[in-house]
Design a protein around this ligand. Structure first.
Ligand SMILES: NC(=O)c1ccc[n+]([C@@H]2O[C@H](COP(=O)([O-])OP(=O)(O)OC[C@H]3O[C@@H](n4cnc5c(N)ncnc54)[C@H](OP(=O)(O)O)[C@@H]3O)[C@@H](O)[C@H]2O)c1
Length: 243
């Protein structure tokens, strides 16, 4: 059964800025019944809660902290849609970047996503089924050497997405993977290149989820490079390697 956003009860990680912030706004516009806006600094959520205090609940949540995840489960018992959006990106090649930065990318982008999904799968199942949306990236498909730790964490998260999709289908939980190209947020503020507004990406994701599209390429750059990758993945690897 396809998920509807209207009346959905949704938890968004990393809701205080960027794509997560826009997700909360769009979910409200599309009729979600309740949105748990989760952030490491809940004080940064005041403006979002003020949009509709009856429907938006601020949740303190660092996705790398098991106790915080457990506390979120006890607060958000009615969730039927989990949006694993929180993420970090450290720049640098694999031979030069600090091991701490590599671990930070894996802890947040892979283990954080995994821990959240494990914790909330029983909640979604108890709500009668629903969905998990994993925000991945185009560079999960082919590595950009200057983002090496990030690529690896997101490629691992893509693999996780496929495994979880098979496991959770039996529990009436759909798992979506989203592969954006460059999006206009803080994450790649320092890179001068064409970027898609977060609002367009979020709109495409919600349309994809309602249509039941498991792998969502939500912007022109991601669509174009996905076509190129399907036609000749080595050509995309070489193109990214030269950037
Ligand atoms: N921007 C792009 O071009 C692009 C492209 C493809 C995919 N994505 C993905 O889209 C997602 C959102 O990114 P964005 O562009 O909106 O970036 P952003 O503006 O940098 O926002 C990242 C969000 O993740 C949160 N976060 C980081 N670590 C966290 C943790 N341990 N626990 C909880 N929250 C944490 C941040 O919270 P704080 O404010 O506390 O740091 C912030 O709310 C990420 O998964 C990213 O990889 C982005």
């Amino acid at each position: 059964m396809l998920l509807q956003i209207k009346n959905a009860k949704v938890l968004v990680t990393g809701a205080n800025r960027g794509i997560g912030n826009v997700f909360v706004e769009a979910l409200l516009k599309n009729g979600a019944a309740r949105v748990y806006a989760a952030a490491r600094r809940p004080e940064a959520l005041t403006a979002l809660v003020a949009l509709d205090p009856k429907r938006v609940e601020a949740l303190p949540l660092d996705v790398t902290q098991p106790e915080a995840i457990a506390a979120a489960v006890t607060r958000a018992k009615d969730v039927n849609l989990l949006i694993n959006n929180a993420g970090v990106l450290d720049f640098g090649s694999l031979l030069e970047i600090s091991t701490a930065a590599v671990r930070r990318n894996m802890d947040t982008n892979y283990y954080g996503m995994l821990s959240m999904t494990r914790a909330f799968a029983p909640v979604i199942e108890a709500s009668g089924g629903g969905a998990v949306i994993n925000i991945l990236t185009l560079v999960a498909l082919a590595s950009m050497p200057g983002l090496a730790a990030y690529n690896a964490s997101k490629a691992a998260a893509w693999s996780m997405t496929q495994s979880l999709r098979a496991d959770l289908a039996k529990r009436k939980i759909q798992v979506f993977g989203v592969f954006p190209g460059a999006v206009d947020t803080d994450m790649i503020r320092s890179i001068d290149m064409p970027k898609t507004p977060a609002s367009a990406v979020v709109q495409a994701v919600l349309e994809g989820v309602v249509a039941g599209t498991e792998d969502i390429f939500p912007d022109p750059m991601s669509k174009q490079l996905y076509s190129a990758w399907k036609a000749d993945h080595k050509a995309v690897e070489h193109q990214f390697a030269s950037m």
